[in-house]
Write a protein that binds this ligand. Structure first.
Ligand code: FVT
Ligand code: ZN
Ligand code: ZN
Length: 345
């Protein structure tokens, strides 16, 4: 092939093979992103413990702490000033004696979640406060619902209890309810409960519609003390190969009245994020970059295998490419700073 030759009409040049003209400069590389990461996409998980004075590092989740209600405000204030828009709350009971088979502490008016909703909404009225709803942090057996004697999930009682907790969080002032239990029928029950309480028009119901069981939740369970005391969650969370089940759950939760859907975990499930974006095309799609995914990236960075900031951007760009609009991410505090810095695309 002749280089720098004068172009003559009709001359054979392999025009279609030249792509590099489209990304030879950082600005062009930014233009190639169909969507950019924005601060408003990030939802930050917060662990709130029942000791109001608590402020404890979580060894398996680098840079993440568990806070008591009294220690929360200065920390959140610094993040709000950097552009934090929303948080998702998880309650933690430090003492197992506060747990029972029904998870009564989940919506204790004096308990960590309801107290945190009230404190956050009072101090930061425009911070969007979402509440994860599940029973596993509050049940003595550590499962996400109420059990029959044989240890299997009692769907009817579980769903009734989960809906009651959701409505109580909404009454306390939460902006959004995100049930993560994966028990059949809870979206319909929560929506019904919110309608009956006159709150449905004010609450964004965001279903963890496709939550897979697997090995990536370990650090969260350390942080929240929510490891099942027997058995596992394989009869309600989805099996890792269950793409068809995930699609059915997405369709089911839309039909039951969800306002948005979550796919969880994210990195190993990008095909499901894409499926969700296709199946639920008129809904905001959220992916949850879970504790194990976050811890893996930190571990690799500590070993010198990857650069933390670069790998975090690459992972989160993947979520956008797959079709996510929202990301629940432990990297939120870092991204609030990184997104103000020049990005080396
Ligand atoms: N409902 C929350 C979880 O199940 C765990 C999330 C995580 O591992 O970050
Ligand atoms: Zn649970
Ligand atoms: Zn959970």
């Amino acid at each position: 092939m002749v280089h720098n030759a004068e172009y003559l009409p009709g001359q054979e040049t392999d025009i279609s093979s030249v792509l590099q003209g489209g990304y030879n400069n950082p600005l062009l590389r930014a233009w190639q992103h169909e969507r950019q990461l924005e601060k408003n996409m990030f939802i930050f998980p917060l662990f709130i413990s029942d000791d109001p004075e608590d402020e404890t590092d979580i060894p398996s989740l680098p840079n993440i702490k568990r806070f008591g209600v009294k220690k929360l405000i200065p920390y959140i204030d610094s993040l709000v000033k950097k552009g934090l828009k929303s948080v998702i709350l998880f309650g933690v009971l430090l003492n197992d004696s506060s747990k029972d088979p029904e998870g009564s502490a989940a919506d204790d008016p004096e308990g960590p979640v309801i107290q945190a909703i009230k404190t956050l909404k009072k101090n930061f009225p425009s911070l969007y406060v979402m509440c994860d709803v599940c029973l596993c942090e509050y049940t003595s057996h550590g499962h996400c619902g109420i059990l029959y004697e044989d240890g299997s999930i009692n769907t009817e009682l579980s769903v009734r209890r989960i809906a009651a907790v959701a409505v109580n969080y909404a009454k306390a002032g939460a902006d959004s309810i995100a049930p993560s239990d994966m028990i059949d029928g809870r979206i319909k029950a929560i929506k019904r409960g919110l309608i009956d309480a006159g709150l449905a028009h004010k609450i964004f119901l965001m279903s963890y519609a496709a939550k897979f069981s697997g090995s990536l939740y370990g650090p969260f369970r350390d942080a929240a003390g929510s490891c099942p005391s027997h058995g596992d969650r394989k009869c309600y969370q989805l099996p890792s190969g269950g793409a068809g089940l995930a699609r059915r759950a997405l369709i089911r939760d839309m039909s039951e009245g969800t306002d948005g859907v979550i796919v969880k975990p994210s990195t190993f499930y990008l095909d499901i994020v894409r499926d969700a974006a296709t199946i639920c095309k008129d809904y905001p799609i959220c992916c949850y970059h879970v504790s194990g995914e976050y811890a893996m990236l930190h571990a690799a960075a500590e070993k010198g295998v990857v650069d933390l900031k670069s790998i975090a951007f690459e992972a989160h760009h993947g979520f956008l490419r797959a079709g996510a609009r929202l990301i629940i991410s432990y990297f939120t505090p870092e991204f609030l700073e990184w997104l103000d810095e020049p990005v080396s695309l």
